[in-house]
Design a protein around this ligand. Structure first.
Ligand SMILES: [Zn+2]
Length: 279
């Protein structure tokens, strides 16, 4: 399952509005024979990719999948059906799909005689699926805000976070311009993006979710970030704290991460400390 979780992250920044999902197939002797992940909307799901690579070796085997297999006919047949047709004996699931309302793939797999286990490494799978899941449950995309903490440097661009950009569907620059986190990776015409978040930032987040975006990265200090933060619409903050003297009297009140967030990571990064906080 950890392997399935790891490869599911390949889809970060390109699968929305679908979730980033990974799947590993074991044969009837428990040997890993194939894997697959979902790349983008309109293309095959993780289970289908892994089953295709496994061929007949999936017969009597196990599918480990990070999200409950789907049960809807879209552009591809439901993964529940593909797993049954491949004669998989057991399906192990990390995260149940809240959009299935109890009528998802797991129930029908059981009905078909497939052994199903759920909630296996759920917390670890949520490291990848968490933002998508949060967005399913709310009316806006998951929002990460990255900035450099004071003292003011006359600029707020943080340069060393390309990886964070690529994990998000859209990036909002300090001047309000909106770009894709992984340009071109969603295929053409997925997002109908306004040129900027403008003055009604919270409403625009809803519009961006309607257009398919499930995660957004706000870069730097801007009025837009202030508005969203004040509205409680920022889920995660990434703060670069410049080196400070080992002993000093700060000029007035200084903070590490904004109030309302709990620290989840603190590492060194060049001449900064990198802090991550979650609401
Ligand atoms: Zn599916």
């Amino acid at each position: 399952m950890r392997r399935a979780i790891a490869i599911s992250a390949q889809g970060l920044g390109s699968t929305s509005p679908n979730p980033p999902v990974g799947c590993v197939i074991l044969d009837s002797d428990g040997r890993m024979v194939s894997e697959g992940y979902h790349v983008r909307k309109g293309e095959a799901h993780a289970e289908f990719n892994a089953l295709t690579a496994a061929g007949k070796l999936a017969d009597g085997g196990t599918a480990l999948v990070t999200l409950e297999p789907c049960n809807h006919h879209g552009r591809t047949p439901p993964c529940r059906e593909a797993l049954i047709n491949a004669k998989v004996a057991r399906v192990v699931i990390a995260v149940m799909d809240p959009t299935s309302r109890g009528e998802g793939g797991a129930a029908l797999l059981r009905k078909a005689g497939v052994q199903v286990e759920q909630d296996v490494l759920r917390d670890e799978a949520l490291l990848v699926l968490g933002p998508w899941l949060d967005s399913v449950r709310s009316d806006r995309p998951f929002v990460t805000w990255i900035f450099e903490a004071g003292p003011p440097h006359g600029r707020c661009a943080v340069i060393r976070h390309e990886n964070l950009r690529e994990s998000h569907d859209l990036v909002v620059r300090p001047d309000g311009e909106i770009t894709e986190g992984r340009p071109g990776n969603h295929g053409r015409g997925v997002f109908h993006v306004p040129s900027s978040l403008g003055g009604t930032a919270v409403e625009t987040l809803g519009v961006l979710r309607e257009s398919g975006a499930r995660s957004i990265l706000l870069e730097g200090l801007s009025s837009c970030a202030d508005v969203l933060s004040a509205a409680g619409a920022v889920d995660q903050v990434v703060v670069y704290l410049p080196d400070t003297p080992h002993s000093w009297a700060p000029p007035g009140q200084v903070t590490a991460i904004p109030d309302g967030y709990r620290l989840t990571a603190a590492t060194r990064d060049g001449d900064h400390v990198r802090l991550v906080g979650r609401r």
